[in-house]
Design a protein around this ligand. Structure first.
Ligand code: ADP
Length: 373
Protein backbone atom coordinates (compact mmCIF):
# COMPACT_ATOMS: atom_id res chain seq x y z
CA UNK A 1 0.00 0.00 0.00
CA UNK A 2 1.28 3.47 -0.82
CA UNK A 3 2.53 5.30 2.21
CA UNK A 4 1.08 8.78 2.69
CA UNK A 5 3.32 11.50 4.10
CA UNK A 6 1.72 14.67 5.45
CA UNK A 7 3.92 17.77 5.55
CA UNK A 8 2.86 20.65 7.78
CA UNK A 9 3.83 23.95 6.19
CA UNK A 10 3.69 24.91 2.53
CA UNK A 11 7.05 26.60 1.99
CA UNK A 12 9.89 25.72 -0.37
CA UNK A 13 11.14 22.86 1.81
CA UNK A 14 7.79 21.09 1.44
CA UNK A 15 7.80 21.92 -2.28
CA UNK A 16 11.21 20.29 -2.77
CA UNK A 17 9.95 17.06 -1.14
CA UNK A 18 7.31 16.64 -3.85
CA UNK A 19 9.55 15.31 -6.66
CA UNK A 20 11.48 12.81 -4.49
CA UNK A 21 8.19 11.63 -2.92
CA UNK A 22 6.87 10.65 -6.30
CA UNK A 23 10.16 8.93 -7.19
CA UNK A 24 9.97 6.94 -3.94
CA UNK A 25 6.36 5.97 -4.67
CA UNK A 26 5.06 7.94 -1.70
CA UNK A 27 1.93 10.03 -1.67
CA UNK A 28 2.64 13.50 -0.32
CA UNK A 29 0.06 15.86 1.17
CA UNK A 30 0.72 19.35 2.44
CA UNK A 31 -1.09 21.48 5.01
CA UNK A 32 -0.37 24.96 3.64
CA UNK A 33 -0.83 28.16 5.61
CA UNK A 34 -2.82 29.72 2.78
CA UNK A 35 -3.56 29.48 -0.94
CA UNK A 36 -0.73 30.08 -3.40
CA UNK A 37 2.11 28.76 -1.22
CA UNK A 38 5.34 27.38 -2.64
CA UNK A 39 4.18 23.76 -2.13
CA UNK A 40 0.72 24.48 -3.59
CA UNK A 41 1.00 21.54 -6.01
CA UNK A 42 0.72 19.02 -3.14
CA UNK A 43 -1.48 21.08 -0.83
CA UNK A 44 -4.59 19.15 0.14
CA UNK A 45 -5.58 21.52 2.93
CA UNK A 46 -5.01 25.09 4.02
CA UNK A 47 -5.25 26.27 7.58
CA UNK A 48 -3.57 27.29 10.79
CA UNK A 49 -0.92 24.82 12.01
CA UNK A 50 -1.45 26.13 15.56
CA UNK A 51 -5.06 24.97 15.56
CA UNK A 52 -5.39 21.41 16.86
CA UNK A 53 -8.57 20.54 14.99
CA UNK A 54 -7.14 21.76 11.66
CA UNK A 55 -3.98 19.71 12.15
CA UNK A 56 -5.88 16.70 13.46
CA UNK A 57 -8.16 16.65 10.41
CA UNK A 58 -5.12 16.88 8.11
CA UNK A 59 -3.25 14.15 9.98
CA UNK A 60 -6.21 11.78 10.11
CA UNK A 61 -5.55 10.22 6.76
CA UNK A 62 -1.78 10.20 6.43
CA UNK A 63 0.63 7.54 7.71
CA UNK A 64 3.31 9.92 8.98
CA UNK A 65 3.39 13.63 9.75
CA UNK A 66 6.51 15.72 9.17
CA UNK A 67 7.32 19.40 8.76
CA UNK A 68 8.50 22.26 6.58
CA UNK A 69 9.23 24.35 9.72
CA UNK A 70 9.52 23.96 13.50
CA UNK A 71 6.64 26.15 14.62
CA UNK A 72 3.85 23.64 15.33
CA UNK A 73 3.11 24.05 19.06
CA UNK A 74 4.03 21.26 21.46
CA UNK A 75 0.37 20.83 22.60
CA UNK A 76 -0.67 20.13 19.01
CA UNK A 77 2.20 17.70 18.41
CA UNK A 78 1.53 15.84 21.65
CA UNK A 79 -2.18 15.53 20.85
CA UNK A 80 -1.29 13.92 17.50
CA UNK A 81 1.03 11.46 19.19
CA UNK A 82 -1.72 10.66 21.73
CA UNK A 83 -4.05 10.00 18.75
CA UNK A 84 -1.56 7.33 17.65
CA UNK A 85 -0.19 9.28 14.66
CA UNK A 86 3.48 8.83 13.70
CA UNK A 87 5.12 12.27 14.01
CA UNK A 88 8.73 12.68 12.82
CA UNK A 89 10.59 14.40 14.28
CA UNK A 90 8.52 13.87 17.42
CA UNK A 91 7.72 16.55 20.01
CA UNK A 92 10.42 15.37 22.44
CA UNK A 93 13.10 16.02 19.81
CA UNK A 94 11.50 19.04 18.17
CA UNK A 95 11.36 21.10 21.36
CA UNK A 96 15.15 21.42 21.20
CA UNK A 97 14.81 23.12 17.82
CA UNK A 98 11.88 25.28 18.97
CA UNK A 99 13.50 26.92 21.96
CA UNK A 100 17.14 27.98 21.99
CA UNK A 101 17.36 28.00 25.80
CA UNK A 102 16.03 24.46 26.05
CA UNK A 103 18.53 23.50 23.33
CA UNK A 104 21.50 25.08 25.16
CA UNK A 105 20.56 23.28 28.40
CA UNK A 106 20.28 19.90 26.68
CA UNK A 107 23.47 20.33 24.64
CA UNK A 108 25.30 21.13 27.88
CA UNK A 109 24.01 17.85 29.36
CA UNK A 110 25.21 16.00 26.26
CA UNK A 111 28.61 17.63 26.54
CA UNK A 112 28.40 19.14 23.05
CA UNK A 113 30.82 22.02 22.49
CA UNK A 114 29.01 25.36 22.47
CA UNK A 115 29.59 29.05 23.16
CA UNK A 116 29.41 30.25 26.78
CA UNK A 117 25.78 31.09 27.44
CA UNK A 118 23.31 32.03 30.15
CA UNK A 119 19.60 32.53 30.66
CA UNK A 120 19.03 36.15 31.71
CA UNK A 121 15.81 37.77 32.89
CA UNK A 122 16.87 41.34 33.50
CA UNK A 123 19.42 44.07 32.84
CA UNK A 124 21.56 43.23 35.89
CA UNK A 125 22.00 39.59 34.85
CA UNK A 126 22.86 40.61 31.30
CA UNK A 127 25.34 43.19 32.59
CA UNK A 128 27.02 40.51 34.73
CA UNK A 129 27.42 38.31 31.63
CA UNK A 130 28.80 41.25 29.62
CA UNK A 131 31.29 42.02 32.38
CA UNK A 132 32.53 38.42 32.25
CA UNK A 133 32.84 38.40 28.46
CA UNK A 134 34.77 41.51 27.51
CA UNK A 135 31.72 43.77 27.33
CA UNK A 136 30.23 42.18 24.18
CA UNK A 137 27.64 39.45 23.77
CA UNK A 138 24.88 38.15 21.52
CA UNK A 139 21.34 38.13 22.89
CA UNK A 140 18.70 35.87 21.34
CA UNK A 141 14.99 35.43 21.76
CA UNK A 142 14.54 31.76 22.68
CA UNK A 143 11.62 31.26 20.30
CA UNK A 144 10.35 32.54 16.96
CA UNK A 145 13.65 33.76 15.47
CA UNK A 146 14.74 33.01 11.92
CA UNK A 147 17.16 34.44 9.36
CA UNK A 148 18.86 36.55 12.03
CA UNK A 149 15.64 38.08 13.37
CA UNK A 150 15.76 37.55 17.12
CA UNK A 151 19.57 37.82 17.26
CA UNK A 152 21.34 41.01 18.39
CA UNK A 153 24.91 41.91 19.30
CA UNK A 154 24.93 44.09 22.43
CA UNK A 155 27.61 46.11 24.18
CA UNK A 156 25.40 47.50 26.95
CA UNK A 157 22.68 45.75 28.95
CA UNK A 158 20.02 48.35 28.15
CA UNK A 159 20.23 47.41 24.46
CA UNK A 160 18.04 44.41 25.27
CA UNK A 161 15.40 46.31 27.30
CA UNK A 162 12.72 45.91 24.62
CA UNK A 163 13.16 42.11 24.66
CA UNK A 164 13.07 41.93 28.46
CA UNK A 165 9.79 43.87 28.26
CA UNK A 166 8.42 41.66 25.51
CA UNK A 167 9.35 38.47 27.40
CA UNK A 168 7.85 39.85 30.63
CA UNK A 169 10.20 38.22 33.11
CA UNK A 170 10.76 35.03 31.08
CA UNK A 171 14.48 34.55 30.45
CA UNK A 172 16.17 35.26 27.13
CA UNK A 173 19.41 33.68 25.91
CA UNK A 174 22.77 35.43 26.00
CA UNK A 175 25.89 33.98 24.38
CA UNK A 176 29.52 34.97 24.13
CA UNK A 177 30.27 36.74 20.84
CA UNK A 178 32.20 33.95 19.14
CA UNK A 179 35.31 34.91 17.22
CA UNK A 180 34.77 32.56 14.29
CA UNK A 181 36.72 32.18 11.07
CA UNK A 182 33.75 30.67 9.28
CA UNK A 183 30.38 28.99 9.73
CA UNK A 184 29.86 25.32 8.94
CA UNK A 185 26.80 23.08 8.83
CA UNK A 186 26.66 19.38 9.55
CA UNK A 187 23.65 17.41 8.38
CA UNK A 188 22.67 13.98 9.60
CA UNK A 189 19.72 11.75 8.70
CA UNK A 190 18.30 9.41 11.33
CA UNK A 191 15.54 6.80 11.11
CA UNK A 192 13.17 5.88 13.94
CA UNK A 193 14.80 2.44 13.97
CA UNK A 194 18.17 4.11 14.65
CA UNK A 195 20.15 4.09 11.38
CA UNK A 196 22.15 7.34 11.05
CA UNK A 197 23.92 8.76 8.00
CA UNK A 198 26.01 11.95 8.20
CA UNK A 199 26.57 14.19 5.16
CA UNK A 200 29.94 15.86 4.58
CA UNK A 201 30.27 19.08 6.57
CA UNK A 202 29.76 22.23 4.44
CA UNK A 203 30.72 25.88 4.71
CA UNK A 204 27.91 28.42 4.86
CA UNK A 205 28.18 32.15 4.25
CA UNK A 206 25.52 34.45 5.71
CA UNK A 207 24.76 37.98 4.60
CA UNK A 208 22.56 40.18 6.81
CA UNK A 209 21.69 37.11 8.87
CA UNK A 210 20.51 35.16 5.80
CA UNK A 211 22.29 32.21 4.22
CA UNK A 212 23.81 33.45 0.95
CA UNK A 213 26.22 30.74 -0.23
CA UNK A 214 27.16 27.15 0.61
CA UNK A 215 30.34 25.28 -0.38
CA UNK A 216 30.22 21.49 -0.20
CA UNK A 217 32.21 19.79 1.13
CA UNK A 218 33.64 22.62 3.27
CA UNK A 219 36.83 23.65 1.43
CA UNK A 220 40.27 23.37 3.05
CA UNK A 221 39.00 21.32 6.00
CA UNK A 222 41.34 19.12 7.99
CA UNK A 223 40.42 15.46 8.51
CA UNK A 224 40.01 16.32 12.16
CA UNK A 225 37.39 19.01 11.52
CA UNK A 226 35.47 16.74 9.14
CA UNK A 227 35.46 13.92 11.67
CA UNK A 228 34.59 16.06 14.68
CA UNK A 229 31.72 17.76 12.82
CA UNK A 230 30.25 14.38 11.81
CA UNK A 231 30.63 13.08 15.35
CA UNK A 232 28.91 16.14 16.83
CA UNK A 233 26.05 15.71 14.33
CA UNK A 234 25.59 12.00 15.02
CA UNK A 235 25.79 12.45 18.80
CA UNK A 236 23.17 15.19 18.74
CA UNK A 237 20.85 13.23 16.41
CA UNK A 238 21.10 10.22 18.72
CA UNK A 239 21.15 12.15 21.99
CA UNK A 240 18.02 14.13 21.13
CA UNK A 241 16.26 11.26 19.35
CA UNK A 242 15.90 13.20 16.10
CA UNK A 243 14.07 11.45 13.25
CA UNK A 244 14.39 12.84 9.73
CA UNK A 245 17.03 15.38 8.71
CA UNK A 246 18.98 17.29 11.36
CA UNK A 247 21.16 20.32 10.55
CA UNK A 248 23.71 21.43 13.13
CA UNK A 249 24.98 24.96 12.48
CA UNK A 250 28.55 25.31 13.72
CA UNK A 251 31.15 28.01 14.25
CA UNK A 252 34.76 27.19 13.42
CA UNK A 253 36.74 29.36 15.82
CA UNK A 254 40.04 31.12 15.25
CA UNK A 255 41.65 28.49 17.51
CA UNK A 256 40.15 25.65 15.40
CA UNK A 257 37.36 24.49 17.64
CA UNK A 258 33.83 23.72 16.53
CA UNK A 259 30.95 25.20 18.57
CA UNK A 260 27.27 24.47 18.02
CA UNK A 261 25.23 27.53 17.06
CA UNK A 262 21.80 26.08 16.45
CA UNK A 263 19.76 23.12 15.27
CA UNK A 264 17.13 22.56 12.59
CA UNK A 265 15.11 19.36 12.39
CA UNK A 266 14.01 19.31 8.76
CA UNK A 267 15.72 19.82 5.42
CA UNK A 268 17.84 22.97 5.67
CA UNK A 269 19.16 25.66 3.37
CA UNK A 270 22.71 24.41 3.99
CA UNK A 271 21.70 21.10 2.34
CA UNK A 272 20.20 22.34 -0.94
CA UNK A 273 23.49 21.46 -2.66
CA UNK A 274 22.66 17.77 -2.18
CA UNK A 275 20.00 17.98 -4.90
CA UNK A 276 22.73 18.21 -7.54
CA UNK A 277 25.88 17.22 -5.67
CA UNK A 278 25.14 14.13 -3.57
CA UNK A 279 23.90 10.60 -4.24
CA UNK A 280 20.81 11.22 -2.11
CA UNK A 281 19.31 14.69 -1.78
CA UNK A 282 18.36 15.88 1.69
CA UNK A 283 14.70 15.98 0.59
CA UNK A 284 14.71 12.33 -0.49
CA UNK A 285 16.68 11.42 2.64
CA UNK A 286 14.21 13.21 4.90
CA UNK A 287 11.32 11.26 3.35
CA UNK A 288 13.20 7.97 3.63
CA UNK A 289 14.00 8.71 7.26
CA UNK A 290 10.51 9.76 8.38
CA UNK A 291 9.02 6.71 6.60
CA UNK A 292 11.66 4.50 8.27
CA UNK A 293 12.98 3.34 4.90
CA UNK A 294 16.67 2.48 4.43
CA UNK A 295 18.74 5.66 4.09
CA UNK A 296 20.58 6.51 0.89
CA UNK A 297 24.26 7.29 0.46
CA UNK A 298 25.23 10.82 1.47
CA UNK A 299 28.42 10.74 -0.62
CA UNK A 300 29.11 13.73 -2.88
CA UNK A 301 28.91 13.00 -6.60
CA UNK A 302 31.32 15.80 -7.52
CA UNK A 303 34.55 17.19 -6.14
CA UNK A 304 32.77 20.43 -5.21
CA UNK A 305 29.27 21.85 -5.27
CA UNK A 306 28.34 25.48 -4.74
CA UNK A 307 24.85 26.69 -3.82
CA UNK A 308 23.86 30.33 -4.15
CA UNK A 309 20.50 31.59 -2.88
CA UNK A 310 18.40 33.77 -5.15
CA UNK A 311 16.84 36.57 -3.14
CA UNK A 312 14.05 38.80 -4.35
CA UNK A 313 15.56 41.96 -5.79
CA UNK A 314 14.39 45.55 -5.95
CA UNK A 315 10.74 46.28 -6.68
CA UNK A 316 9.94 45.90 -10.37
CA UNK A 317 12.42 43.09 -11.08
CA UNK A 318 10.47 40.22 -12.63
CA UNK A 319 12.26 37.06 -11.45
CA UNK A 320 10.28 34.83 -13.81
CA UNK A 321 11.60 36.42 -16.96
CA UNK A 322 15.23 36.04 -15.81
CA UNK A 323 15.16 32.23 -15.77
CA UNK A 324 15.47 31.48 -19.47
CA UNK A 325 18.44 33.84 -20.06
CA UNK A 326 20.24 32.45 -16.98
CA UNK A 327 19.66 28.88 -18.13
CA UNK A 328 20.88 29.71 -21.61
CA UNK A 329 24.04 31.44 -20.39
CA UNK A 330 24.98 28.74 -17.85
CA UNK A 331 23.73 25.30 -18.91
CA UNK A 332 25.65 23.54 -16.07
CA UNK A 333 23.83 25.64 -13.46
CA UNK A 334 20.84 23.89 -11.89
CA UNK A 335 18.35 26.64 -11.15
CA UNK A 336 15.64 25.84 -8.61
CA UNK A 337 12.64 28.12 -8.26
CA UNK A 338 10.18 28.22 -5.39
CA UNK A 339 7.17 29.70 -7.19
CA UNK A 340 7.02 32.52 -4.65
CA UNK A 341 6.18 36.15 -5.27
CA UNK A 342 9.37 38.19 -5.26
CA UNK A 343 9.91 40.61 -2.39
CA UNK A 344 13.23 42.28 -1.58
CA UNK A 345 15.43 39.90 0.43
CA UNK A 346 12.98 36.96 0.28
CA UNK A 347 14.40 33.56 -0.69
CA UNK A 348 12.80 32.79 -4.07
CA UNK A 349 15.14 30.13 -5.47
CA UNK A 350 18.70 28.86 -5.57
CA UNK A 351 21.38 27.79 -8.00
CA UNK A 352 23.53 24.67 -7.63
CA UNK A 353 26.66 24.03 -9.66
CA UNK A 354 28.70 20.85 -9.27
CA UNK A 355 32.21 20.75 -10.67
CA UNK A 356 35.62 19.19 -10.24
CA UNK A 357 36.83 22.60 -9.07
CA UNK A 358 35.29 24.72 -6.30
CA UNK A 359 36.42 27.94 -7.99
CA UNK A 360 34.57 27.03 -11.19
CA UNK A 361 31.50 25.92 -9.26
CA UNK A 362 31.40 29.20 -7.31
CA UNK A 363 32.02 31.36 -10.38
CA UNK A 364 29.32 29.72 -12.46
CA UNK A 365 26.75 29.61 -9.64
CA UNK A 366 27.31 33.28 -8.80
CA UNK A 367 27.17 34.30 -12.46
CA UNK A 368 23.88 32.45 -12.96
CA UNK A 369 22.41 33.85 -9.71
CA UNK A 370 23.46 37.37 -10.77
CA UNK A 371 20.79 37.26 -13.50
CA UNK A 372 18.22 37.62 -10.73
CA UNK A 373 19.80 40.51 -8.83
P1 ADP B 1 18.59 32.38 13.37
O1 ADP B 1 17.79 31.49 14.28
O2 ADP B 1 17.89 33.66 13.05
O3 ADP B 1 19.16 31.67 12.17
P2 ADP B 1 21.22 32.22 14.60
O4 ADP B 1 21.26 31.85 16.04
O5 ADP B 1 21.60 31.18 13.61
O6 ADP B 1 19.80 32.85 14.28
O7 ADP B 1 22.14 33.49 14.37
C1 ADP B 1 22.20 34.16 13.11
C2 ADP B 1 23.63 34.55 12.80
O8 ADP B 1 24.14 35.43 13.82
C3 ADP B 1 24.59 33.38 12.80
O9 ADP B 1 24.57 32.74 11.55
C4 ADP B 1 25.92 34.07 13.10
O10 ADP B 1 26.44 34.67 11.94
C5 ADP B 1 25.52 35.14 14.08
N1 ADP B 1 25.66 34.64 15.47
C6 ADP B 1 24.74 33.94 16.17
N2 ADP B 1 25.20 33.62 17.39
C7 ADP B 1 26.45 34.11 17.49
C8 ADP B 1 27.47 34.10 18.50
N3 ADP B 1 27.27 33.54 19.70
N4 ADP B 1 28.65 34.69 18.20
C9 ADP B 1 28.87 35.28 17.02
N5 ADP B 1 27.96 35.33 16.03
C10 ADP B 1 26.76 34.76 16.24
Amino acid sequence: MTKRVGVIGGGQLARMMIAPASELGLEIRVLAEQEGMSAQLAATATGDYRDLETVRAFAADVDVVTFDHEHVPQEVLRALVADGIAVHPGPDALRFAQDKLVMRQRLAELGAPQPDWAAVSDRAQLQAFLDDHGGRAVVKTPRGGYDGKGVRVVRAAEEADDWFDAFAGEPILVEELVDFTRELAQQVARRPSGEVVPYPVVETVQRDGVCAEVFAPAPRSSERVIEIAARIGVEIAEGLGVTGMLAVELFETTDERLLVNELAMRPHNSGHWTQDGAVTSQFEQHLRAVCDLPLGSAEPTAEATCMINILGGPEGVDIDERFAPAMEAYPTAKIHTYGKASRPGRKVGHVNVASDDIGDAAYTARAAAAFFA
